[in-house]
Design a protein around this ligand. Structure first.
Ligand SMILES: Cc1cc2nc3c(=O)[nH]c(=O)nc-3n(C[C@H](O)[C@H](O)[C@H](O)COP(=O)(O)OP(=O)(O)OC[C@H]3O[C@@H](n4cnc5c(N)ncnc54)[C@H](O)[C@@H]3O)c2cc1C
Length: 419
């Protein structure tokens, strides 16, 4: 079976790998000169199974209102004359209903748990290196209102079979001495025991290189212009290379993994994908005092900031901004991340030499990705992974490979069904 995969981010490279392992002849088409150069380039680095709760939860509307008008708000809605943005915002509000949040949380948790196991199996089988860190994620509570919800969060995780524990500040510092500088501010810490972290861009590059050795072909600097349709079935892809040469590619199946750009490619086919680009920022700063740098990945629950040690660097990421496909960096937004680093881990990394970055999370209203067949024949989706595309990459890649090759996917997850 020949398969064309569109996009070489986390979703596309993982799809290509698992499809080739399933015996498919795979070609990946990517407009950038290499893998993982868009949203998968400099994310927070977390494999965060212990954070399945989506942004859309019963507390979200009040939180968003509280942050309204603040330039450094963790979640910023910049209203535009854009019907897709307003449709998405309304759908987001619907997903804040308690029943929907519970359903979305469970779906994400099942896929995330499976995905982390797939990642571990892949690491064991291939020896792939991507600055992986194990030992868990520490969710830091420094706000009394947030901390009041910590026991309920722990209970939900336990009910979902995710190993986690609540630590007091002394226990947390004993586990992660780098937290000593925050001890007086900490109210408690939730430890996601089996979580991990790692460099998503290195992972994309390393997995693409393993996939190439396994026979996968990558066409970089090549843009998919559109799908060619015959009847109700995809019959080919129109592509254009960097020199402006156009061509057609044909296959037995097509996997759309173009991140935030998936809805733009799917729209002419009559598919209105509920994915909106949600911009986030990161800085990657060289560590100057390794003895005080955290070994475990951190999440500041109140500020919605994450921090992961990746080799000799600290990656600090956060903020969410609904502002269309605009990739301009707003200095006020990354300044908030620099401030977090200076205030919480002073003297550990040199923010003045940091690489600044922003990317567009391909986000569905409930943060549940779209995986499975489209309503058009031969076309499959593996897209819309929002805040958790690194956490969900391997599980989604394996699942879409199963679906394309006619096997039932393993996790208990609302995969798309043929319509
Ligand atoms: C600040 C920030 C922090 C984050 N932190 C975390 C985290 O800690 N943990 C976690 O799990 N997730 C995190 N995420 C989310 C995660 O990074 C994304 O969900 C993930 O990268 C999405 O991967 P993707 O492959 O779907 O999209 P992308 O990485 O954007 O890949 C899509 C690819 O498709 C290509 N493409 C698009 N259109 C075309 C076309 N027409 N022709 C050819 N190629 C095309 C693009 O060039 C791109 O390479 C974070 C995101 C951000 C922004």
């Amino acid at each position: 079976m020949e398969v064309l995969v569109i996009g070489a981010g986390l979703a596309g490279v993982s799809s290509a790998w698992y499809l080739s392992q399933a015996g498919c002849k795979v070609t990946v088409i990517e407009r950038q000169p290499g893998p993982g150069l868009e949203t998968s380039y400099a994310n927070g680095g977390q494999i965060s199974v212990s954070h399945p709760e989506p942004w859309a939860n019963p507390g979200a509307p009040a939180t968003v209102l509280r942050w309204l008008g603040r330039k450094d708000a963790p979640l910023l809605f910049r209203p535009r004359a854009d019907a897709a943005q307003w449709r998405w915002a309304l759908a987001f509000l619907r997903e804040c209903l308690p029943g929907r949040t519970a359903r979305n949380t469970a779906a994400i948790a099942h896929l995330a748990d499976y995905s982390r196991d797939q990642l571990r199996a892949l690491r064991a089988a291939t020896g792939i290196e991507y600055e992986a860190g194990t030992g868990g994620i520490l969710h830091l509570f420094m706000d009394a209102e947030d901390f009041a919800h910590a026991p309920a969060k722990l209970q939900i995780l336990q009910e979902l079979g995710i190993r986690a524990q609540l630590l007091d500040p002394d226990q947390a510092v004993a586990l992660e001495p780098a937290l000593a500088t925050m001890h007086s501010r900490l109210l408690g810490v939730l430890h996601g025991i089996d979580d991990e972290c790692g460099n998503a861009h290195l992972f994309c590059r390393a997995l693409a290189s393993n996939a190439t050795e396994a026979g996968v072909r990558f066409l970089f600097n090549t843009r998919v212009e559109s799908f060619e349709v015959r009847g109700q079935t995809i019959s080919g892809l129109r592509i254009k290379d960097a020199d402006g040469r156009t061509g057609m590619l044909h296959a037995d199946a097509y996997v759309l993994a173009a991140g935030s750009y998936s809805p733009l490619l799917a729209r002419p086919l009559g598919e209105r994908l509920p994915i909106y680009p949600v911009k986030g920022y990161s800085i990657t700063a060289p560590i100057i005092d390794p003895s005080r740098a955290p070994r475990l990945s951190l999440t500041d629950e109140a500020r919605r900031v994450v921090c992961s040690r990746l080799g000799n660097f600290l990656r600090v990421a956060g903020t969410a901004e609904l502002n269309g496909y605009n990739l301009e960096a707003d200095p006020a937004r990354s300044a908030g991340i620099v401030k977090w680093l200076d205030e919480h881990l002073p003297g550990v990394a040199d923010a003045s030499r940091a690489e600044h970055w922003c990317g567009l999370r391909p986000t569905t209203p409930g943060n549940v990705p779209l995986i499975g067949p489209s309503r058009v024949g031969r076309l499959f989706f593996n897209t819309g992974h929002g805040t958790l595309g690194w956490t969900l990459a391997c599980g989604s890649g394996q699942a879409v490979a199963d679906i394309v090759t006619g096997r039932p996917p393993e996790p208990d997850f609302p995969f798309l069904r043929p319509r």
